[in-house]
Design a protein around this ligand. Structure first.
Ligand code: EPZ
Length: 429
């Protein structure tokens, strides 16, 4: 298992090109199941979750080619064509879905197109129980019959899906995506209320409309989808990764450096940038991104609370906590989306951070400096928070279980090294 070794304390200076968004790319790829024609996605990040989803789509009968080459042939291309002309298998197996929950998004499209799907329940994960009830009840309201047996959701809609008025109990990105795709091919009109408004949802709405879907309410929490008989293939460019953007923005601030982020948009992470400005960072927007710096002065403690978009994103909570560990003062960090997303706290403490958790809030009292140590984490964002802390810490930090980082960050160590970080991957056979 690979590790990442960092010798911290260097202010980062330079430019980082942001990759396409993993969390947008995954549902866009699943949308390929809605049409017999070819869907081509560009600006695709080269991360492990994308390869896992290609494997899942191919075992449903789709064919995939990355930059003209076979997707499984090791190409690091950034353009992927998927053709799901014939769907030969409607089962999404446990082995894939347990590794990557986004696999469960195939349920809506398979039901809409084929009238049946057998999809493994993803199970819990490091950040919470993450149930599927909103996906299931939404599809049931559209006429699907779903039974849970042997750890699988066995779903059928022999007469096809029909439009429905669905009001979510809570905001769910995944359930909104699943039902948007299902409703695009359902009979009649579907209304989704209290729908998620995350930019990745808007990316999916735009792709589906480009494929021929009829959707109103883009960017709002009320989406109205008029089902159509067929969708067609198209070319679509995946949006920039807002969480990668925010992560490198914090790398600049925590190390007292200056980084230009390109191929991105400040607007996508306004809530994060507002919090960073309060800590003392400076931001200058450019034509295709922004420059962020903290070249002088200390980091001020700032409270944050995670909320659905446009609030502060849960996927940027661990990284902000890493920054607050070296703030001048204290910060209260409150997590409202997931019940167990503080797994990074004991690992940050190994580097010398002073953090007390009370229920859904963590009180971070800034310390003068962190000191490097071996650490590991149990999910993607927790792992990257340790990278950020390691960049600021004195001495050497070794982050184990790098496969979590590889799920969602493309060439992380290369991008940081190009800005002067002393960081390397250690291959352990
Ligand atoms: C997406 O997960 C992202 N994943 C997550 O990013 C992100 O943290 C999350 O949205 C919130 O923004 C992808 O896009 C692939 P949810 P998703 O359904 O869709 C509860 C990362 O680090 N809920 O919006 O699974 C759920 O338990 C990952 O890149 C139900 O109760 O999240 C949670 O508390 C981690 N019932 C809340 O809603 C359901 O049926 C929000 O979850 C569905 C969800």
């Amino acid at each position: 298992m690979d590790s990442i070794r960092i010798r911290g304390g260097k202010p980062l200076q330079g430019k980082i090109e942001i990759s396409g968004a993993k969390n947008a790319a995954l549902p866009l790829m699943v949308a390929s199941l809605l049409t017999e024609e070819t869907l081509t996605l560009s600006n695709l990040p080269h991360v492990a979750d994308i390869s896992t989803l290609i494997t899942l789509l191919c075992q449903h009968g789709a064919t995939a080619a990355m930059n003209g080459q076979s997707a499984n042939g090791g190409s690091d291309g950034r353009s992927l064509s998927i053709n799901a002309k014939s769907i030969t298998n409607t089962e999404a197996p446990y082995d894939i879905v347990r590794k990557m929950r986004a696999g469960a998004l195939v349920m809506g499209p398979l039901l809409a197109r084929i009238g049946k799907a057998r999809v493994s329940l993803p199970g819990g994960c490091a950040i919470g129980t993450r149930p599927m009830n909103l996906h299931i009840s939404g599809l049931e309201q559209m006429g699907a019959k779903i039974a849970i047996t042997g750890g699988y959701m066995e779903a059928e809609a022999p007469e096809g899906l029909k439009g429905a008025e669905i009001r979510f109990e809570t905001v769910s990105v995944g359930a909104t995506e699943n039902l948007l795709m299902a409703a695009s091919l359902a009979k009649g009109t579907t209304t989704l209320e209290i729908a998620a408004k995350e930019p990745e949802i808007t990316d999916l709405v735009r792709l589906l409309c480009q494929m021929g879907a009829k959707i109103e309410g883009e960017g709002t929490d009320r989406l109205v989808i008029q089902g159509v008989d067929n969708l067609h293939g198209t070319h679509y460019r995946v949006m920039p990764d807002r969480i990668e953007t925010g992560t490198y923005a914090i790398a600049a601030v925590i190390t007292g450096g200056k980084i230009e982020l390109t191929n991105t948009e400040a607007e996508l992470i306004r809530a994060v940038l507002d919090a960073l400005i309060e800590t003392g960072a400076e931001i200058e927007e450019t034509e295709n991104g922004f420059i962020i710096s903290r070249e002088n002065g200390t980091i001020r403690g700032v409270d944050i609370m995670t909320l659905p978009y446009p609030g502060y994103p849960t996927d940027m909570q661990a990284q902000f906590m890493a920054l607050m560990t070296v703030a001048d003062g204290a910060a209260m960090i409150t997590e409202t989306i997931f019940e167990n997303r503080f797994m990074h706290v004991p690992e940050l403490a190994r580097l010398g951070a002073n953090i007390t958790v009370h229920g859904h809030s963590a009180l971070v009292r800034g310390v003068d400096h962190l000191v490097g140590a071996p650490v590991m984490a149990t999910d993607l964002r927790a792992s990257v928070s340790l990278v950020l802390a390691g960049l600021a810490a004195e001495g050497e930090t070794v982050i184990n279980r790098v496969y979590h980082l590889d799920r969602g960050y493309e060439r992380l160590e290369e991008k940081l090294a190009a800005c002067g970080a002393d960081i390397e991957r250690i291959h352990v056979s």
